[in-house]
Design a protein around this ligand. Structure first.
Ligand SMILES: *[C@@H]1O[C@H](CO)[C@@H](O)[C@H](O)[C@H]1NC(C)=O
Ligand SMILES: *[C@@H]1O[C@H](CO)[C@@H](O)[C@H](O)[C@H]1NC(C)=O
Ligand SMILES: *[C@@H]1O[C@H](CO)[C@@H](O)[C@H](O)[C@H]1NC(C)=O
Length: 238
């Protein structure tokens, strides 16, 4: 009797143990599968590396300090960070290069349209990319969430396209509007965003200096902050 009872108990314990092993295996398997799925979700690789190069000369690998800026064209902090960075670019000239990536923040209703406009401008007339970025910085308040709350997407696209023709070229309105219908400009804007995500960009402006993320204290780096960061790097290069 006692033997039978303890035998049954043993069986139950064994059963419990097998169930636990099963559960563990399932958990392990599902973890593995999720991992595999994640590895399979390849971010589309663009034909050319993302970003708008400032100025006529592209950065020469290893020859200049490279600042990468992730900007949302309708973000006030991105706007405020631009004048001191531009001043630094003038100061350092060819010793400093800038590449801007668009990063459309989801809580800015018109950020994706504005970012896409930059990609369209870059395709139609690459010299107009930065002038358009500056136009966005100048007039961005018009495109904030509240003043555009009752506007249709079509009217915002139209308005932004008209703004863009000021710098892209006066006969560019229809090609600019068709740019908003082209899938390449949509995917280019998505890739900029995914690229930012892959580099753990969490807001704008977000800067990398020679590939290293910049931890900025305060709202945005001012001119002095840029000098403090870049002066020692330039000194070590020469
Ligand atoms: C949007 O339109 C509604 C209805 O016409 C109006 O009551 C509201 O004030 C408008 N909102 C804004 C932000 O303009
Ligand atoms: C391209 O853009 C630049 C900068 O806005 C402008 O000066 C130039 O006239 C534009 N080119 C054409 C062909 O319109
Ligand atoms: C863009 O697509 C929409 C909807 O398909 C169409 O109504 C519009 O005419 C197109 N615009 C241009 C400029 O091609």
């Amino acid at each position: 009797m006692k033997d039978r009872e303890s035998g049954m108990k043993e069986d139950r314990i064994k059963q419990k143990a097998t169930t636990m092993v099963d559960v563990l295996l399932l958990v392990l398997l599902s973890l593995l599968c999720c991992g595999l799925e994640r590895a399979a979700a390849q971010v589309p690789i663009p034909p050319r590396i993302d970003g708008f190069v400032y100025g006529a000369d592209p950065p020469v690998w290893g020859k200049s300090v490279v600042v990468e800026a992730f900007f949302d064209p309708v973000c006030p902090d991105s706007r405020d960070s631009w004048p001191p960075l531009k001043k630094a670019l003038r100061h350092y000239s060819h010793r400093l290069s800038l590449v801007v990536h668009t990063f459309a923040l989801p809580y800015h209703s018109n950020a994706f349209i504005a970012s896409r406009a930059l990609h369209i401008a870059n395709r139609l007339n690459s010299s107009s990319t930065y002038p358009l970025l500056e136009l966005f910085f100048k007039f961005q308040e018009k495109y904030y969430n509240r003043p555009t709350y009752n506007l249709t997407r079509a009217s915002i696209v139209d308005d932004i396209s008209r703004l863009a023709t000021k710098v892209v070229g006066k006969d560019s309105l229809s090609s600019f509007l068709s740019g908003f219908n082209a899938t390449e400009t949509d995917s280019a804007t998505r890739i900029s965003f995914k690229y930012g995500c892959s580099r753990a960009v969490t807001g704008t402006p977000f800067f990398f200096v020679n590939g290293i993320p910049l931890a900025v204290s305060g709202p945005v780096p001012d001119y002095k902050a840029w000098r403090d960061i870049i002066d020692p790097l330039v000194a070590k290069q020469s």
